[in-house]
Design a protein around this ligand. Structure first.
Ligand code: CXF
Ligand code: ZN
Length: 369
């Protein structure tokens, strides 16, 4: 028996979201049915909608969902009906990366998260008047009032937390904070330069602060976002519209440079400056979506003599089952105020919410149901 629901559907690349009446499938043995309470909008949703990432149409996007478990499959053992949950990305659970607790590098990451149908047999989890929709986006397609997820990407959270706003812990916030804490391994006193003060960059700042980083510089042209970065614990903000030589400014502020850099812009010239701002043995983490033909712009001799590393980081190197409760714990302790990044919108205002993020007015829109 399916569940009647409403879903925001994209029928053609670039078209706006249209909310339709749909049917959501009964969960299979390793799946759960979640009544959605909130869902963040991530830049990847907008990139898929507008054709920057190839995804099949028609599609139900959304991959930062939070909600209440309504039903579970026969083999689900860790998640129970009534649990409050956050949904994250799917992984196979048994490849070399999954065995190493690095599921964001799962060898099946793309078919499981971006193909739109169940990877095991190509079946659909949402239909619209009998027509199959692509609705296994990040194994949740959370722009709908109900979602089917697998137990492996469903994370049980503390019921005392504000469930409506927890969804972004499943992607954007995990991506930024995890990049700083897990991938770069920032520790007490380490210095970091973050290029871009959007949801991912500011989450990296929050993560760095939670583990006691020293100097944290945020490079961001939007004045409001720069101000927020200072309130959230950045030691310095550089506005590249007002500072002609950002690299020289970082060196001036720090004496010689920073231990770590994180780029959220995907802009080659920004990455080149970031690499030059690193101290010896420094590591530059890349998170931004680049133009399709872009190549890494760093000078190799300059990297060689300082032993510099450059790495693309997916989903903050996080194992969501471990890292989401860790971030939630920091939030409860008052040292990870990710709620400051969020503005809530009713589900029906999905197009306006996405626009508010693209224009820079809102950092992390969250749709509430
Ligand atoms: C995405 C970014 C592009 C590669 C796949 C994972 N992360 C989340 O939005
Ligand atoms: Zn995302």
């Amino acid at each position: 028996m399916s569940t009647a629901a409403r879903a925001a559907v994209i029928r053609k690349t670039g078209a706006p979201w249209v909310i339709e009446d749909v049917e959501v499938a009964t969960p299979r043995e390793d799946e759960v049915l979640v009544r959605m309470v909130g869902t963040g909008i991530c830049h990847t949703d907008m990139g898929c909608k507008d054709g920057h990432f190839p995804v099949p149409m028609p599609i139900v996007l959304g991959h930062e969902g939070s909600g209440v478990v309504e039903a579970i499959g026969a083999k689900v053992s860790k998640v129970k009906v009534g649990d409050h949950v956050v949904m994250s990305f799917d992984s196979c659970g048994h490849c070399h990366s999954c065995d190493a607790h690095l599921p964001s590098y799962c060898y099946e990451f793309y078919p499981r998260n971006l193909s739109g149908m169940r990877s095991v047999d190509g079946s659909a989890t949402i239909t619209s008047k009998g027509e199959a929709l692509n609705a296994v986006f990040f194994c949740q397609s959370s722009f709908a009032t109900y979602a089917v997820a697998r137990e492996i990407n469903t994370i049980v959270v503390d019921k005392s937390l504000p469930l409506e706003i927890l969804g972004p812990l499943g992607c954007g916030i995990q991506t930024g904070a995890g990049a700083a804490v897990n991938a770069l391994g920032i520790k007490k006193g380490d210095s970091l330069a973050i290029f871009g003060g959007g949801a991912v960059g500011l989450s990296a700042l929050l993560g760095a602060r939670a583990v006691g980083a020293g100097t944290v510089i945020v490079v961001e042209p939007n004045v409001g976002r720069g101000k927020l970065a200072l309130e959230l614990g950045a030691t310095h903000v550089i506005n590249p519209k007002e500072t002609a030589d950002v690299l020289a400014k970082i060196k001036e502020l720090t004496g010689a440079g920073v231990h770590f850099g994180l780029d959220t812009t995907g802009i080659p010239a920004v990455i080149a400056a970031g690499v030059e701002a690193l101290l010896p043995n420094g590591m530059m983490g890349l998170l931004g979506v680049p133009p399709p033909e872009a190549t890494v712009p760093a000078n190799m001799m300059s990297m060689l003599v300082r032993g510099i590393g450059v790495k693309y980081i997916v989903e903050g190197d996080a194992d969501p089952q471990e890292f989401i409760p860790r971030m939630a714990g920091w939030y409860k302790e008052g040292k990870f105020p990710f709620d400051r990044l969020i503005k809530k919108f009713p589900f029906d205002q999905i197009n306006e919410a996405a626009q508010s993020s693209l224009s820079g007015d809102v950092i992390k829109p969250v749709l509430v149901f």
